[in-house]
Ligand binder design. Structure first.
Ligand SMILES: C[S@@+](CC[C@H](N)C(=O)[O-])C[C@H]1O[C@@H](n2cnc3c(N)ncnc32)[C@H](O)[C@@H]1O
Length: 228
């Protein structure tokens, strides 16, 4: 955690964003990194996460931003939004990809089932300045239901930053819309190995069309690419 704080300035230089957005991210990450840790598979009840960011670490957020820029992603689903920190990176990348592709089409579908968290997320997106909030559609409620309707025809990127038991059900809802080359990034893949057992079997089964690798970020950040 101390290393993340020490490196925060360098990490934030990995992304292209307005000074106001960078300052907000610096503040939000600092708050997130100094809260007590929470891992969904440990002995704490999920209610313990209600007033916590449980946010993706800054280096993972920066990597996700760069993957999105490299992939040209414009239609992104975020499973698990909390206070909306990682969502800001997704929205930055989508807006910038849309700009270089000369289109206004693109969105981040964010998901959160805790109303108090959804409210905080909206406040942060508003504070982040233009164009962040215009690119985000927050769906409140259980994502296993909210992601079933009104989805983009194709999805370029899925961030699974959700309790591990929900990861495979979420992927199964989104999978029919993944384009070839779409990426699925899963946080805490090694730390929550047991919880991800069903997801691991699914991603490893050749008939499902994925190739993937676990990168050595804190807790293991899994990166899967849908090859069709
Ligand atoms: C790890 S946090 C997400 C952190 C966020 N990606 C970030 O980096 O700032 C996971 C979030 O998923 C939410 N969540 C859990 N179950 C859910 C469900 N069934 N539908 C929607 N959201 C859910 C939790 O309330 C929690 O805020």
């Amino acid at each position: 955690m101390a290393a993340h704080l020490d490196n925060l300035g360098d990490t934030l230089r990995s992304i292209r964003a307005a000074p106001r957005t960078i300052e907000l991210l610096r503040d939000l990450h600092t708050q997130a990194l100094t809260e007590s840790p929470y891992l969904s598979v440990d002995s704490q009840p999920q209610s313990a996460a209600l007033d916590r960011f449980v946010a993706l670490e800054p280096d993972k957020c920066a990597l996700v931003y760069l993957l999105l820029r490299a992939n040209g992603a414009r239609f992104v689903v975020e499973a698990g939004t909390s206070f909306g920190v990682s969502t800001i990176y997704l929205a930055l990348a989508v807006s910038q990809n849309a700009s270089v592709q000369n289109t206004t089409q693109g969105k981040v579908i964010a998901t959160e089932n805790e109303p108090t968290k959804a409210k905080r997320a909206r406040e942060h997106w508003s504070a982040a300045g233009d164009p962040i909030q215009d690119w985000i559609e927050l769906r409140e409620g259980d994502l296993r239901e909210t992601l079933k309707v009104d989805m983009p025809e194709t999805i370029d990127f899925l961030l699974l930053d959700i309790w591990s038991v929900l990861a495979l059900p979420t992927l199964l809802v989104v999978k029919p819309r993944l384009r070839v080359g779409a990426m699925v990034v899963v946080d805490n893949y090694s730390a929550s190995r047991e919880g991800y057992r069903d997801l691991t079997s699914y991603l490893g089964d050749p008939k499902n069309g994925f190739k993937s690798i676990t990168t050595p970020f804190q807790g293991g950040l899994h990166v899967a690419v849908y090859l069709g």
